[in-house]
Design a protein around this ligand. Structure first.
Ligand code: SAH
Length: 219
């Protein structure tokens, strides 16, 4: 792992502050808080931005994309878990892999789809370096999900479509939950969609701001 003992100490303290802030913001799930307390978020952003990694903000990760703010990661993970542990999770929008690594600590297997090939390569290496072994990343279009490994008891999208993608609903297992921000830039709502007794139920969790889910796989 990168960084001297000095940086390690600093980041542990700033991580503690981040977790305190998440609790103040209403995050209650102790497992989520514990994972975010121990996961070195500064290793998911460029070295030049490492000192800002624990601020409650989205930061650039290259290729015009951002790492989600800590609150968004915590809130979505909490909503996805909702009490139970998950065996199989699908993530759309791997980005730098921070959310994937959080999920990896709380789920059996994580399948993650990212449309930008450069991010796929860099994030695979990063997760390998961090010894995260239960995340598989595919370069592709997340609108199609990842049917081969479905159905999933949890699906989480880190990019916002304007409508709930049909393939994601199809790949949701009975009793499963899909957490997805839906809407145009500037006016998205975070939805929790559940499949209960074969029926689809939908609740609005809060107003959010995510990058758009873009159609098609990029380079
Ligand atoms: N989960 C990341 C957040 C990444 S931002 C984190 O922990 O910080 C959202 C990501 O979604 C970007 O990397 C973007 O390239 C990706 N994305 C956008 N549309 C997509 C699509 N259709 N399929 C797969 N990934 C997509």
């Amino acid at each position: 792992m990168r960084g001297s003992a000095g940086i390690g100490m600093t980041s542990q303290r700033t991580r503690e502050r981040m977790v305190t802030r998440l609790m103040e913001q209403g995050i209650r799930d102790l497992r989520v808080l514990e994972v975010m307390r121990s996961l070195p978020r500064h290793l998911f952003v460029d070295e030049a931005l490492a000192t800002r990694a624990y601020e409650d903000t989205a930061l650039p990760i290259g290729n015009g994309q951002t790492i989600s703010q800590p609150y968004a990661v915590a809130r979505m993970t909490e909503a996805l878990l909702d009490g139970g542990r998950l065996a199989k999770v699908l993530e759309v929008g791997t980005g730098c892999g921070y959310q994937s690594a959080v999920l990896a600590a709380l789920a059996g297997e994580v399948f993650s789809v990212e449309r930008i090939g450069d991010l796929v390569r860099r994030t695979r290496e990063r997760l390998q370096g961090l010894q995260v072994r239960n995340v598989r990343i595919r370069h592709g279009d997340g609108y199609a999900g990842w049917a081969e490994h479905g159905p999933y008891d949890g699906i989480l999208a880190a990019a916002a479509p304007t409508q709930v993608p049909a393939a994601l609903l199809e790949q949701l297992a009975e009793g499963g939950r899909l957490i997805v921000p839906v809407g145009e830039r500037g006016g998205q709502q975070l939805l929790r969609i559940s499949r209960v007794d074969g029926e689809i139920k939908q609740e609005v969790l809060e107003t959010v701001s995510f990058v758009p889910m873009v159609h098609g796989a990029g380079q």
